[in-house]
Design a protein. Structure first.
Length: 675
């Protein structure tokens, strides 16, 4: 009897872990997942994913520009990532005469590729568990210094996993000569923009193309005309066969930030305090910016990237709060904690300590977030901060100021300052005595801000001077913000509330105790912008009662949304012509008896911000698409991943190739790809 019960329990445990597509796994430990991956359709081995002895898929994945992912698709360093990841570089290369954002850009040979100053990519050399080395007394700095001396262009970091229970060393090659090869116009790369953002069905061609250059020894080097295309240890083969519902998919990339193990207190903070406050503040900012954009084409351009950035998290947080409430995440966590206490009475003190640590720190962290969302958004401070920054020389101050004023509008910023300073004064619990007194002396926020914007010389580039600015009224304001606010919140500038050292020191024993107690749970370290593998399958989902969303979109949907009157849906004429002539070439497929072009698909891969641009692979490790977003119902997956609902959104590689070929006319790139 006992024996059979045990068998039932084991069976339950295996089916349970075989079902869950949740988790972001460290590639060096992927062998523990291989059995489950194979049962779902993966055809390769753990060594194919990550190896330090031979070339493996990891050699073809890059950290792009410090916050996105990219993938190498040729033995000449050709790189794919998202359009929104390349956006800054593309904007920086653009001018009124060469507006690559609006018109797109295609190099027709290596000579025409454009160097992107400041753009870096990192390729992982290897990762290593250094928990024992740290315990034995080596410092992080020692470990990093030793690792960086191993090779040319090596860059190393030590990252903690499971709230410091483990630590890993990551050694990268850092490449500084990266060039733009091509980008579709924004009307394709950003099709649907903020309106369609976080939404499925989707029709965005969110990709751009770059190339990594290296010196004559194939090593990372500063830009030089003598550099040549980098020969990677490995590049991705591309599969143009397409996918269907149920097919295995995996994603290999750099997810930035999840909070899988936080307690009910932290969930309550996110859903009831932090997100609602930030959403409200951003709604006001977006209203101000949006109204100004509607009045002037110049302001629309100046504030396009700012608006998109503010709107991205603003929209995500709204979905996150809805998702947390719908799933009952708070109640589930409470229940889990109750069970933990009951079954581990000797460890209940850990939860008590966590609770107490939140009690002490939540207010400080809120003040930090509030500062970020209010005072930090008053852009007029930037020029004075440049002048006060002792690390800069005058030449770089002047250059930075010119860049700043190019996208600055005095009246927009004045209106923002009214709202943002007011919110800070009302909601911050920091004393900030002199700042508050200054505002009072001028009769309140409204009159103070107007006086400041009317009397500071810094509201335009003409007023910006490298000397004789010390008496400007803005200097007093910036000084008080720095001394009374920034200096106080700096100590709370951690990834999440739960990473504040005072709180994290209790998560360390808590997560350790969970691992010993909850044997059925598949533990993975929270995302922290280190390389991870997630896997699952292509799948639609029930969006609402009776409303099933299919996993694939096509060019038909683009044409339905096409609207020359609406900026975000005004596709290039070239695409209309190709559609009218059904000139799809090898990229046409037959779906439901009709010839069409696939555009995007969705899958159950567990992803987050930072996974943008990540390669999405089939069971043979071939590239089938580029990740770029999540669906509306999955925006809360950083806190609770529910595989019945959570889907990542992928740009189908066949649409990428179609656009390169039929819109860009850059099919010369296909010769170096493994199609
Ligand atoms: N939601 C995606 C991500 O989190 C795409 C963002 C880019 N698009 C935008 N409208 N801001 O990054
Ligand atoms: N768009 C996100 C990024 O830039 C990825 C989507 C997500 O957050 O899942 O990293």
């Amino acid at each position: 009897m006992k024996r059979s019960l045990l068998i039932v329990a084991l069976l339950f445990a295996t089916t349970f872990s075989a079902v869950a597509d949740k988790g972001m796994w460290l590639p060096s430990l992927i062998s523990s997942r291989i059995k489950d991956m194979k049962s779902k359709g993966f055809k390769l081995s753990a060594e194919d994913i990550y190896s330090i002895n031979k070339a493996s898929l990891k050699d073809a994945v890059v950290l792009f520009d410090g916050g996105c992912t990219g993938e190498i698709v040729s033995n000449r360093g050709l790189l794919l990532t998202n359009h929104h990841c390349g956006y800054d570089a593309i904007q920086a290369l653009s001018s009124v005469e060469h507006d690559y954002l609006t018109d797109g850009f295609w190099a027709m040979s290596n000579d025409e590729e454009l160097y992107c100053p400041g753009l870096k990519v990192h390729i992982l050399v290897r990762m290593e568990d250094v928990t024992a080395r740290l315990a034995a007394g080596e410092t992080k700095a020692d470990i990093i210094a030793k690792a960086e001396s191993e090779g040319v262009g090596f860059h190393a970091t030590v990252e903690s996993m499971y709230y410091g229970n483990e630590a890993y060393l990551f050694i990268y090659r850092e490449f500084q000569d990266v060039r733009l090869v091509g980008t579709p116009p924004s009307a394709i790369g950003k099709f649907g923009s903020d309106n369609d953002n976080w939404i499925w069905p989707r029709h965005t061609g969110d990709f751009s193309v770059f190339r990594i250059y290296a010196n004559a020894n194939n090593e990372p080097a500063e830009y030089s005309a003598d550099n040549r295309p980098y020969t990677p240890a490995r590049h991705f083969k591309i599969s143009t066969k397409g996918v269907k519902e149920g097919d295995f998919t995996m994603i290999y990339g750099f997810p930035g930030n999840t909070q899988e193990y936080i307690t009910s207190d932290a969930v309550a903070y996110v859903a009831k305090v932090s997100d609602p406050a930030k959403i409200d503040l951003r709604t006001q900012r977006l209203n101000i910016i949006g109204a100004a954009q509607a009045t002037s084409p110049q302001i629309r351009l100046q504030y396009a990237a700012k608006h998109a950035n503010i709107a991205n998290a603003w929209k995500k947080w709204q979905g996150e709060v809805l998702g947390i409430n719908r799933l009952g995440t708070f109640e589930k966590k409470l229940d889990y904690e109750r069970r933990f206490r009951e079954e581990n009475p000797d460890k209940a003190y850990i939860l008590d300590s966590l609770e107490a640590a939140y009690g002490v720190n939540i207010e400080h962290y809120f003040n930090y977030e509030l500062y970020n969302e209010t005072l930090r958004g008053i852009e007029l401070q930037q020029p004075v901060k440049l002048l006060l920054n002792a690390k800069l020389d005058d030449e770089s101050r002047q250059a930075a100021a010119e860049l700043f004023y190019k996208d600055f509008n005095k009246e927009v910023d004045r209106e923002l300052a009214h709202v943002l300073l007011d919110a800070f004064i009302k909601y911050s619990t920091l004393p900030a005595k002199e700042l508050r007194a200054l505002v009072e002396r001028h009769g309140g926020v409204e009159t103070y801000v107007d006086w400041l914007y009317d009397n500071s010389r810094f509201t335009s580039l003409d007023g910006f001077t490298l000397s004789g600015w010390e008496e400007d009224p803005l200097v007093e304001f910036v000084g008080l913000v720095q001394n009374e606010v920034e200096s106080n919140v700096r100590g709370y500038a951690y990834r999440n509330l739960s990473n504040i050292p005072d709180i994290e020191r209790w998560y360390r024993p808590y997560v350790k105790a969970l691992m010993e107690w909850d044997k059925q749970r598949a533990f993975f370290p929270d995302a922290n912008l280190t390389l991870r593998v997630a896997y699952g399958k292509v799948a639609g989902y029930e969006y609402a009662d009776g409303e099933y969303h299919l996993p694939q979109t096509t060019i038909e949907g683009i044409m339905e949304k096409d609207n020359p009157e609406i900026y975000d849906y005004n596709i290039p004429q070239r695409l209309r012509d190709v559609y009218a002539a059904k000139d799809y070439g090898r990229w046409g497929i037959t779906m439901n008896g009709k010839v069409t072009v696939p555009v995007c698909f969705i899958a159950t891969n567990h992803t987050t911000g930072g996974n943008s641009g990540s390669p999405v692979l089939n069971g043979r490790g071939e590239l089938i698409g580029i990740n770029f977003d999540r669906t509306w119902l999955s925006t809360m997956s950083d806190i609770e991943f529910d595989e019945t609902l959570c889907r990542n959104i992928i740009c189908d590689i066949r649409y990428v190739l179609f656009v390169i070929d039929k819109v860009g006319g850059a099919s010369w790139l296909f010769e170096e790809m493994s199609l």
